[in-house]
Ligand binder design. Structure first.
Ligand SMILES: Nc1ncnc2c1ncn2[C@@H]1O[C@H](COP(=O)(O)OP(=O)(O)OP(=O)(O)O)[C@@H](O)[C@H]1O
Ligand SMILES: Nc1nc2c(c(=O)[nH]1)N[C@H]1C(S)=C(S)[C@@H](COP(=O)(O)O)O[C@H]1N2
Length: 399
């Protein structure tokens, strides 16, 4: 009986974990602007709380919301403008004034909320935006006054200190692929250098005499375009992996061995992937080529559909600079099968290798009966919410 998908995953994980340590030892520090799509080598924590102070989310006036409680168009509340705070200004201290009106301070978005010398007397807890105020002439020339005609909520338009990140908060766990939004978060707390794992290098082959050698060729009877090579290369590149397409292997075991061996000597790859030629047909020669290279076959054929003939092996390294073995995934040739194996086996291997958090499985209910056979199939499914749970409906088989 073929190995189950979960047994295959455990073998893939064990192989990745054996190599993860070497990757950790070769961590490097990169400036933030060069770290896009690299993988964090350790947990990144915020060295500061940000914003560092309570700041305004609007351009307007810092006022005491309590003083506006009875405000209405018929009962406008008059405020005396005591000063101006812009973003980046030193703290503004409001002294208790003898003025009859309430006091307020003009404040710009990002400006630090004024503090009062006697906090019980003046509490400028919120910001009323410009649009909700009206400038009015005051009794004394040179003085500025505003009117407010609507009650303000306690702390409205006020951002609390530490609202974005608290000091020591985890911004990203180890093993995170650094995306643009992470760069923004790291920059906002002043981090300029990030420890990252070395970039993984993957060598990629397609196989089959029926494949056209390069893209854009005119259709030739019986020949097909290589769909797998470009797809796998793009998917891996998107995950921050350095992928090199090493060409199309012919349906000839001697040629396969020769090409694999010469590339193993020249290229320093962390992983090799091939697509096609792994099933049981006359030209499915990848297993024989690997065996003749002295490879250890970890598994060949597992209980899933599509993707059943997939194989995973380790090849002894021929390069004089490396003593370790090189992992090898032989994915099936059918494009959907190769995409499924890439997604559910190769990506899992790469995640483990880079100490990334495992994906969290979602439990869902099938809307149609799920027999023992369909349970082993990756199917094209539609997911929706209903009756308090996630429900999946089978759309079509992946073939
Ligand atoms: N790189 C590729 N791009 C597009 N189609 C491919 C590619 N490689 C193989 N195919 C097509 O996929 C089908 C299966 O190819 P092949 O027999 O080599 O796969 P296999 O490894 O034996 O496994 P399986 O048949 O289960 O997919 C064939 O129709 C083949 O032309
Ligand atoms: N009074 C007032 N302040 C405001 C806004 C507004 O509509 N009215 N918009 C806010 C929003 S949504 C943004 S993004 C920032 C833009 O600030 P900037 O124009 O100084 O870059 O102002 C904030 N302050």
């Amino acid at each position: 009986m073929a190995l189950s998908y979960h047994e295959a995953l455990r073998l893939v994980e064990a192989e990745a974990q054996r190599r993860a340590r070497t990757l950790q030892l070769n961590m490097e520090k990169l400036p933030l602007n060069l770290s896009l799509n690299r993988v964090t080598g350790c947990e990144m924590r915020s060295p500061i709380s940000t914003p560092q102070y309570d700041t305004s989310a609007m351009d307007g006036y810092a006022v005491d919301s309590g003083a506006t409680r009875d405000a209405s168009p018929d009962n406008p509340i008059l405020f005396h403008v005591e000063g101006l705070v812009a973003a980046g200004d030193e703290p503004f201290q409001l002294f208790n004034t003898a003025s009859q009106s309430c006091s307020c301070v003009e404040i710009m978005t990002g400006g630090r909320f004024p503090t009062a010398v006697e906090p019980d007397v003046v509490r400028l807890d919120c910001c009323v935006k410009f649009e909700d105020t009206k400038k009015v002439p005051g009794p004394y020339t040179g003085d500025e006054y505003i009117e407010i005609t609507k009650p303000a909520r306690y702390r409205q338009n006020r951002r609390s200190a530490g609202e974005d990140f608290q000091r020591h908060h985890v911004i990203m766990p180890a093993g995170t692929i650094i995306r643009p939004h992470h760069i923004m978060a790291l920059a906002s707390v002043g981090i300029t250098e990030i420890p990252v794992l070395p970039k993984l290098r993957v060598g990629l082959y397609s196989t089959g005499a029926e494949l056209l050698a390069s893209h854009g060729n005119q259709p030739v009877s019986g020949r097909v375009q290589d769909a797998n090579g470009p797809y796998i290369a793009a998917t891996l590149a998107d995950s921050g992996v350095d992928v090199e397409f090493l060409g199309i292997l012919d349906d000839d075991v001697e040629m396969m061995m020769h090409t694999l061996r010469s590339n193993l000597e020249k290229k320093d790859c962390d992983l090799i992937i091939s697509t096609g030629a792994v099933s049981t047909g006359r030209f499915d020669l990848i297993p024989s080529a690997l065996q003749r290279l002295g490879a250890h076959i970890v598994f060949h054929k597992i209980g899933i559909r599509p993707g059943h003939p997939v194989m995973f092996a380790t090849i002894p390294n021929i390069s004089p600079e490396r003593s370790d073995e090189i992992p090898f995934f032989g994915l099936p040739g059918n494009p959907v099968a190769s995409a499924a194996c890439l997604r559910f086996l190769v990506m899992h291997y790469l995640k483990c290798l880079q100490s990334q958090l495992p994906e969290t499985p979602l439990t869902a209910r099938m809307s149609c009966p799920n027999d023992a056979k369909t349970a082993r199939q990756f199917a094209h499914k539609k997911m929706y919410f209903g009756q308090g749970s996630i429900i999946v409906r089978r759309e079509a088989k992946w073939r």
